[in-house]
Write a protein that binds this ligand. Sequence first.
Ligand SMILES: [Zn+2]
Length: 159
Amino acid sequence: MSLTIMRRIKFCAGHRLYKHGGKCEHFHGHNYIADFFVSGENQDSVGRVMDFSHLKSKCKGWLDENWDHSFLVYEKDQNAIEALQMVKPSRLFLMPYNPTAENMARYLLEEVCPKLLSDVGAVATRVRIWETDESYAEAAIDSRGDLVMSSFDADSADR
Ligand SMILES: [Zn+2]
């Protein structure tokens, strides 16, 4: 049996979608919501998968330090990197792929969570990034350990 808990963290960030061809290739930002789903086979002596406050401090700590009030930029988007570096102080975070909500969820799930949760007996199995109230993208690990990406959009809203 596997038990799952979820912690929601809010943050603000700017981005643009490199070579998107539409309005999302302009600099803009979102009030993001990140939902971290953490699963474990075992409960601690109190009956928890892990302490919610511990999960919050780890996830919020990383987001505060890296993405909150930062610009998320694709590492190949040299034009955006140069522009942002002209601003003092500038805060940008380079991503190995375009900073879509899907890829942000994937990055948190694959790159960040394993390090944050390395010392607890639980693993992140799903990360959902809400870019608006009506749309989210998520990355999840299925029962075979494979990455599954999906998204939801209430009314095909722009992003
Ligand atoms: Zn956007």
